[in-house]
Design a protein around this ligand. Structure first.
Ligand code: GLN
Length: 306
């Protein structure tokens, strides 16, 4: 009965979002992403029972972009444990995802693992002593295991397209190198980073991959419960950059956005939610994606603040 109600709700949300004229702006600074049709909309919910419900374009693969930072963080914490925190902080930045401002003021230590500078530090940390292809293979292994789906892959055209226009990220990486917070030559770290961002998944695959952050019975144990809670805390405080406070206020769940228009949100013990709508708001987070998760969370009574 619950499932029927949820399926009806997802169908209603998808219909409402399909009819929405104001869809935000598709990211254009990565040329391949500029080609994506802003009319696309997909939503999927992986439940503790193991069921995955969805509506709209939920089987279509999209570029997960910064959502990949959740998976690399999980791998980095597994590899380095608390040592990682000597290289990156755990505070919200209150600034755009690609901002360079704080990096100089704070001696090359990025605020958190989800702003670009922080994600570059995390990727750099797991790359140390390895080849980029080994790290990307490990990332795909982790995501495929989490999603229980071996078809998940990296879109090379998207990676190359970002690589060719990665001036800001190169500036962030080089600045960190100057401050002694980069261990690999920056082209290796950037090359790995743009490929991790170019992982493609459908909403159904992403919702399934997020179950390891859900906890409870339906959650594959890829990280310890303590680490799972901490990754969720970081998603809550930093997952939407300078829009994190607004997302917490509107939605009330930990979430991570990407400039491909995807959002992964976690309702602890209940569900892993993925939504995709390519148009972004002025903070670079999916406009309709946020609205859709807000409706879903409200109607289902899902909040971490109950
Ligand atoms: N690959 C993108 C970048 O570095 C990711 C940013 C994002 O999704 N917010 O600009």
């Amino acid at each position: 009965m619950e499932t029927l109600k949820l399926q009806g709700l997802l169908d209603r949300i998808a219909a409402q979002m399909a009819a929405e004229p104001e869809r935000g702006q598709v990211a254009t600074y990565i040329p391949e992403l500029a080609k994506i049709d802003p009319a696309r909309f997909g939503i999927a919910v992986a439940l503790a029972s193991g069921e995955v419900l969805s509506a709209g374009d939920a089987a279509e693969a999209f570029s997960i972009q910064s959502i990949s930072k959740v998976f690399t963080l999980a791998i980095a914490l597994g590899r380095l444990g608390d040592q990682l925190w000597s290289r990156v902080g755990r505070e919200p930045s209150g600034l755009a995802f690609n901002s360079i401002l704080q990096l100089e003021q704070e001696n090359g230590i990025p605020r958190n693992p989800f702003v670009n500078a922080g994600a570059l530090a995390v990727t750099d940390a797991i790359l140390q002593g390895h080849q980029p292809r080994e790290i990307l293979a490990e990332l795909l292994r982790f995501i495929r295991l989490a999603a229980d789906d071996d078809a998940i892959h990296i879109n090379d055209a998207v990676a190359r397209s970002e690589q060719a226009t990665a001036h800001r990220n190169i500036a962030l990486a080089e600045f960190m190198a100057a401050m002694g917070n980069l261990r690999n030559p920056s082209p290796l770290t950037i090359g790995t980073y743009v490929h991790q961002c170019a992982v493609e998944m459908s909403c159904r695959q992403l919702a399934s991959a997020g179950r390891f952050l859900m906890g409870g019975k339906g959650s594959p144990r890829l990280v310890s419960p303590a680490r799972m809670r901490r990754i969720n805390a970081l998603m809550m405080m930093c997952g939407h950059y300078d829009g994190s406070g607004e997302f917490a206020y509107q939605v009330g769940l930990p979430g991570k956005s990407g400039v491909g228009g995807g959002i992964l949100a976690i309702a602890p013990n209940e569900a892993s939610i993925a939504v995709w709508s390519p148009g972004l708001n002025h903070r670079g987070n999916s406009k309709l994606g946020t609205e859709a998760i807000e409706i879903l969370a409200r109607e289902m009574g899902w909040s971490v603040f109950d």
